[in-house]
Design a protein around this ligand. Structure first.
Ligand code: PEP
Ligand code: MN
Length: 338
C-alpha cells in the first residue's frame, strides 16, 4: 500500500501518517524525489484498509499496490528515476552510453580503450576487475589492481566507471573506485549481496539473471531499494532460451514492459545479449528503438587477443560506426545522447 499526501500537506500531517503506519506494526518507507510526498507501507498490509489512511488530514489518496514489488513500482512513483552520475544522467531524456572491455587486462589496454570510447561519444567506461567466469581456470580479473587502472582511466578521460562486484566483502573496496557498481547476471538473486548494496550511496546496475523472470528481477531490485539505496539501474542482457545459435536471447519485450512497470532506468547490453560481434550493432539499435535508457557495449582494441569475451567485443572503429547509427536511432525516438 502507499499513501500520497496532498500538495500542501504539512510536515505534521505527514508525520501523523508515518506514526500511524508504525503504530500498526508496519514499516513506513518515504519515496524521495517525487513531486508529491509519498510513503510506501511495507509489511503485512492485509488487515489494513486504505481508508484507514485516506481519512487522515493532508492525505490525497491511499491505494493498495497490485504488484509484489512496491518501492520500484510505477504505481508508487509515477516519475522516472533519473540518476546523476558525476554529471551524466541515466534514466533521463538522454541515452547513456557505456562502453569498454569485458575485463580490465592491463594499463595500456584500459587506457587505449577508454580514450577511444570517449572519442566516439561514450560517457561511461565499463570494465571488469572481478570476473565471474564459468571456468575457474579462466582469467579471473586483475581485482584491486584492475580497480586502480579504471580510476586512472577516469582521471585521464573524465569517463565514469562501471564495474562488477561479486561478493559482499568486496563492496566497500569496489564502491571506493566505481561510479556505478554492477551486479552480474549470475548474482541477480544473491540476496546477501543485494542487501549489502542497499547500504551504499552509489548507483547499482542490476543485470538480469540468465533465467530470471521480469518479476523476479524487479523483486531483486526491490531488495536493494528496501535496504535504503534507491539508485538502481536495470540492465537487460539476454536470457537463456532453447536457441543455441546465439549466446543468449535479448528480451526486447522486457524493455517496454519494464518501462511501464517500474520507474527505474533500463539499460540494454547487446554484447552479452547476442554474443556475436557482427550482430551487436543490430541489437544495440533495436534496444534504443524499443525505449532503453542506454546501452552498455563491450569494446576491445584487439578483440582476438582479449582475455574474455573477445568474440563479442567491437573494435574501437566498429564502436565509432555504431555510435553514428545510435545517434540516428536516438533522434528517431526523440532522445539526445548523454
Ligand atoms: C559482463 O558484463 O562482462 C558480464 C559478466 O555480464 P553478465 O553478468 O551479464 O554475464
Ligand atoms: Mn563480458
Amino acid at each position: 500500500m502507499f499513501v500520497a499526501m496532498k500538495p500542501h500537506a504539512t510536515e505534521a500531517e505527514f508525520q501523523a501518517v508515518v506514526e500511524k503506519i508504525t503504530a500498526l506494526g508496519l514499516t513506513p518507507h518515504p519515496i524521495t524525489g517525487t513531486e508529491r510526498k509519498v510513503v510506501a507501507v511495507i509489511g503485512n498490509v492485509a488487515s489494513v484498509e486504505p481508508d484507514d489512511f485516506a481519512s487522515l488530514p493532508g492525505v490525497a489518496e491511499a491505494l493498495r499496490v497490485s504488484q509484489p514489488f512496491k518501492l520500484v513500482s510505477r504505481e508508487v512513483r509515477e516519475e522516472d528515476t533519473v540518476l546523476d552520475v558525476g554529471g551524466a544522467q541515466v534514466g533521463g531524456k538522454a541515452i547513456a552510453i557505456m562502453a569498454g572491455p569485458c575485463s580490465v587486462e592491463s594499463r595500456e589496454q584500459i587506457l587505449e580503450t577508454a580514450h577511444a570510447v570517449k572519442k566516439a561519444g561514450a560517457s561511461f567506461l565499463r570494465g571488469g576487475a572481478y570476473k565471474p567466469r564459468t571456468s575457474p581456470y579462466e582469467f579471473q580479473g586483475l581485482r584491486e589492481e584492475g580497480l586502480k587502472l579504471l580510476a586512472l582511466a577516469r582521471e585521464q578521460t573524465g569517463l565514469r566507471v562501471v564495474t562488477e562486484v561479486m561478493s559482499t566483502e568486496a563492496v566497500p573496496l569496489v564502491a571506493d573506485y566505481a561510479d556505478v557498481l554492477q551486479v552480474g547476471a549470475r548474482n541477480m538473486q544473491n540476496y546477501a549481496l543485494l542487501e549489502r548494496l542497499g547500504q551504499i550511496e552509489k548507483p547499482v546496475m542490476l543485470k538480469r539473471g540468465l533465467a530470471g523472470t521480469i518479476k523476479e528481477w524487479l523483486m531483486a531490485a526491490e531488495y536493494i531499494v528496501a535496504k535504503g539505496n534507491p539508485r538502481v539501474i536495470l540492465c537487460e542482457r539476454g536470457i537463456r532460451t532453447f536457441e543455441p545459435m546465439t549466446r543468449n536471447t535479448l528480451d526486447i519485450n522486457a524493455i517496454p514492459v519494464l518501462k511501464s512497470l517500474t520507474h527505474l532506468p533500463v539499460m540494454v547490453d547487446p554484447s552479452h545479449g547476442i554474443g556475436i560481434r557482427k550482430h551487436v550493432p543490430a541489437i544495440a539499435r533495436a534496444g534504443i528503438a524499443a525505449g532503453a535508457d542506454g546501452i552498455i557495449v563491450e569494446v576491445h582494441p584487439r578483440p582476438e587477443k582479449a582475455l574474455s569475451d573477445g568474440h563479442q567485443s567491437l573494435t574501437p572503429a566498429e564502436f565509432e560506426g555504431l555510435m553514428r547509427q545510435v545517434r540516428v536511432i536516438a533522434s528517431a525516438v526523440e532522445r539526445p545522447i548523454a
